[in-house]
Design a protein around this ligand. Structure first.
Ligand code: DAS
Length: 336
């Protein structure tokens, strides 16, 4: 672990930085080249660079991984969950910052939000441009993330994502652009829960999970839950092909409000008889999916405001926690 103490000895919040790689730690080798490699800067080097800004915080870093977030899943989730649990129990840590690729930041944030207590600030942050690019956004996003993690007001909100001067709750955050630093992430159905710059921080509304413990246990045995993205004319055979051995759950990224061809619906109903949990989400951006009358006889769950990828995370956590009661599963989607 590397430690960076500010020049003078006044009390500063103690922030644990857990680095996983991504573009924020990426290098292109040229300020104008598009191609770059994520995860090129180690946490020690990163904290050296940050020390130049003289932040009013004491930063200690741990390298959890150094990879693109397209390769992040249960193994890194487990390492992060364990490191955050240690930091939460450490009286010498006031807040946690996770540096992470943007491609799957919303899934990691939501997974941790579901399985961690809300008793200390936990902030996930990334970048849309590598560290050596013209107009790189990583260092600004990181300084903003440290500011948020240093504020006691950030506690009681679960995991939050900081990108582009915005603060988004994990349950709302999603990546909506593949390029550009403005609005690369937006919140749905709730927008920003605050705004932050290196010089200012403003919250909108009170914390909604003050003092709350973890809502679900974290499990090392996360089940595989596929997402079947619906397109016009797709056939029922695709359902059988995508389901793993002994399937426990599936998320349908449906057309419109979670709709699908009749043949696909019938095949899913047939699998319901073996205990498969079916969640109807939507491929539509900002796609709210409410229950419809047929969900009761079909035994389907409506994703409500969760997009397909976050519906998958919640369903994985519910199955890992042996939650099979459809009413309780629906309640979890109603209030993520
Ligand atoms: N390199 C991709 C990732 O690690 C993109 C990024 O970080 O922004 O998610």
């Amino acid at each position: 672990m590397s430690e960076k103490t500010p020049a003078h000895s006044a009390y500063f919040p103690k922030i644990r930085v857990l680095a996983t790689g991504g573009t924020i730690a990426g290098m292109a080798g040229s300020a104008t080249r598009h191609e770059y490699r994520p995860g090129q800067i180690g946490i020690d080097d990163w904290l050296e660079r940050v020390a130049e800004f003289g932040l009013a915080a004491h930063l200690s870093g741990v390298q959890i991984a150094n990879i693109g977030s397209e390769d992040i899943g249960p193994p890194v989730w487990s390492a992060l969950h364990s490191a955050i649990g240690d930091a939460m129990a450490d009286d010498d840590v006031d807040g946690i910052v996770i540096t992470h690729g943007t491609d799957t930041a919303e899934e990691t944030a939501f997974l941790l939000d579901l399985t961690l207590p809300a008793t200390k600030p936990v902030v996930i942050v990334g970048a849309m441009r590598p560290a050596d690019a013209v107009g790189s956004d990583g260092m600004r996003n990181f300084v903003n993330a440290v500011r948020v993690a240093s504020d006691p007001e950030a506690s009681g909100r679960g995991v939050v994502l900081v990108m582009g001067d915005r603060i988004l709750a994990a349950r709302d955050a999603r990546k909506v652009r593949t390029r550009g630093t403005d609005d690369a992430f937006r919140g749905f159905p709730r927008g920003s829960i605050g705004l932050v710059t290196p010089a200012a921080l403003e919250w909108f509304g009170r914390p909604w999970r003050e003092g709350e413990g973890a809502r679900y246990a974290y499990s090392e045995a996360m089940p595989e839950v596929p997402i079947l993205y619906m397109g016009a004319g797709m056939t029922a055979e695709l359902v059988d092909r995508i389901l793993p051995e002994n399937p426990r759950g599936i998320v349908i990224a449906g057309v419109g409000e979670g709709n699908m061809p009749d043949a696909v619906r019938e095949r899913l109903i047939a699998h319901r008889k073996n205990g498969l949990i079916v969640v109807r989400a939507s491929r539509v951006d900002e796609g709210l999916v409410d229950r419809e009358p047929e969900d009761d006889p079909n035994g389907f769950v409506a994703a409500r405001a969760l997009n397909p990828q976050k519906s998958r995370v919640l369903l994985m956590v519910l199955i890992a926690n042996k939650e099979g009661d459809l009413n309780r599963v629906q309640a979890a989607f109603d209030n993520p």
